[in-house]
Write a protein that binds this ligand. Sequence first.
Ligand code: CTP
Length: 130
Amino acid sequence: MRTVITFGTFDVFHVGHINLLQRASALGDTLIVGVSTDELNYNKKQRYPIYNQESRAKIINSLRYVNFCFFEESLEKKADYLIYYGADVLVMGDDWKGKFDQFSEICEVIYLPRTPSISTTEIIEVIGGN
Ligand code: CTP
């Protein structure tokens, strides 16, 4: 039984997100997703996500690739989450390459290539939001 865990905001859900989750789920038997809270996003980016955390978690939970999700409340708790959920693998998109290497003491750390030419920030800009 191999448990895979990944983290993200997954705001304005798009195909880059689904590609990441699909490939992450193929690396193990169970995929757990830490969805960052609205407050955590505000602290990081000084703006709230377009979709609130309940909506974002509902979308993530409805995907066939995902077994369940929880709210990531603090960046400092990453190691705690990995241990609590018994992660064998931490998967992140390669925009985070190297940033999570310290967790290889707890589990395997794999960076997957991002889907080119799509991001939430870009979608928001194109639509003309904040
Ligand atoms: N991701 C991906 N390919 C993309 C966009 C995102 O593989 N084109 C991955 C990220 O690397 C991350 C996960 O999806 O592991 C969640 O990313 P998130 O930051 O929520 O999405 P972005 O679209 O990158 O959002 P933003 O533009 O606000 O950073």
